[in-house]
Design a protein around this ligand. Structure first.
Ligand code: ADP
Ligand code: GN1
Ligand code: MG
Length: 376
């Protein structure tokens, strides 16, 4: 099959050959719904007629400024996870990403145009969900991200490079947003008056988590930082969460970031880019099931203060994502991939709708967290 952009496909074909020397390439096509990297599925036929599949990615190096250091993180984390998975009697070929080296033994390949490529083994027999289909899916998602954090609890955080500085620093994200409003580079601010006002009205809250971190009231941990439902692969047959992917942002962070980012995406009744806002709200049942799964997965490692702040994690991650989408809309869609006009504005609107709904449901969110605070 030929991918949509023949030039890109040629580049991708050349890149995959740096990693896989044997077999004939039978298919190379764009794959998945990520907003950041260019992802391809590459299928090879081996000598014995079997198929071997790989994920090839062109890393987005305008976002991730230093792909070699990023790959050092990914290799370090996946090798570490591999050891714990083996110790638990698990299958590391499926339960963590497996980096495929180039034929020369490097974890990435830089082409003549300075694009950086990498390859992972395709995790077979899995599916990737864009939307929670049953509460059990979301419970498993919570348990998997909680467990991921627990497995990395003793990872030497100092070895991790900051792949995107201040990634979840909401105060710094707010400043970026304010700058985008002030500059109004592509003249779009008039299209987003109510959304800009909504975001500016909530400036005070942006510092809640960073202040607690500075005061030592919240611990810095090794976190995933991009805990969207579609960054987990589920087993096709058992439907259990198998593998956590998209490790580009594994960095020191707050447990609340991982909890919050999952909620903002998975506990919404609508898609991240739903245009009909009447379909978008926070589903409290999903909030509850995720909370139970996450706290169980964390295995009692969270402090009382962390647990108490979970609703704030959910609200701030949703708000932060909203201001990131809106800032990108105002800057001319230079960060997130867009597929239609006003796509980033639509995304910002859903996030703000969920924030407003969380404000209405605040007491109930707190009561749910209280109910599960001692579960593990
Ligand atoms: P992005 O950073 O752009 O979100 P991801 O690393 O999340 O990129 O990959 C995009 C999509 O590709 C995922 O949502 C998933 O569907 C698929 N994918 C990524 N890695 C694998 C893998 N090793 N096996 C199977 N599918 C994968
Ligand atoms: C991006 O890479 P992807 O599509 O899983 C983004 C996240 C956002 C998310 C919003 C590195 O995630 O921070 O929350 O889009 N990743 C990066 O859907 O910026
Ligand atoms: Mg992703």
């Amino acid at each position: 099959m030929i991918a949509e952009n023949p030039v890109r496909t040629k580049e991708a074909e050349k890149a995959i050959r740096q990693f896989v020397a044997e077999g004939s390439l039978t298919e190379i096509v764009p794959y998945g719904n990520g907003h950041i990297n260019d992802t391809y599925l590459a299928v090879f036929q081996t000598g014995d007629g079997a198929e071997k599949r790989y994920i090839l990615q062109r890393m987005n190096h305008s976002i991730f400024k230093n792909p070699p250091l990023l790959m050092e993180n990914v290799v370090g984390v996946t090798q570490y996870l591999r050891k714990s998975i083996l110790a638990q009697g698990g299958d590391p070929a499926r339960e963590t990403l497996n980096v495929v080296n180039t034929v020369e033994g490097a974890s990435y390949y830089e082409d003549d145009s300075h694009n950086f490529w990498r390859v992972f083994l395709f995790v077979e027999g899995t599916l990737c969900l864009e939307k929670v289909e049953s509460p059990q899916d979301f419970y498993d998602c919570g348990a998997a991200f909680g467990n991921f954090q627990r497995m990395l609890a003793d990872y030497p955080a100092k070895q991790l490079h900051d792949t995107i500085p201040n990634f979840h620093n909401t105060v710094s994200r707010f400043r970026d947003f304010q700058r985008a409003v002030g500059e109004d580079k592509v003249g779009r601010s008039a299209l987003a008056g109510p959304e800009i006002a909504f975001a500016l009205d909530r400036e005070k809250e942006t510092a809640v988590l960073t202040d607690l971190l500075e005061k030592g009231e919240l611990p810095l941990r090794v976190t995933h930082n991009d805990t969207k439902l579609n960054n987990i692969l589920f087993d096709r047959v058992t439907r259990k969460a198998v593998c956590i992917i998209d490790l580009d942002t594994v960095m020191p962070g707050l447990s609340l970031y991982d909890f919050g980012d999952s909620i903002r995406f998975g506990a919404s009744t609508g898609a991240e880019d739903e245009k009909d806002l009447s379909r978008v709200e926070l589903d409290l049942n999903l909030f509850e099931t995720f909370t139970e799964g996450f706290l169980t997965g964390c295995g009692g490692k969270l402090t009382g203060r962390e647990v108490e702040m979970l609703p704030m994690g959910a609200k701030l991650m949703t708000y932060e994502c909203g201001i990131r989408f809106l800032a990108d809309f105002l800057e001319g869609d230079v960060y997130f991939k867009v597929h239609r006009e006003n796509h980033n504005l639509d995304r910002a609107r859903t996030q703000f709708k969920i924030v407003a709904d969380m404000e209405k449901k605040w007491e109930r969110m707190a009561a749910i967290v209280e109910k599960y605070k001692n579960i593990f």
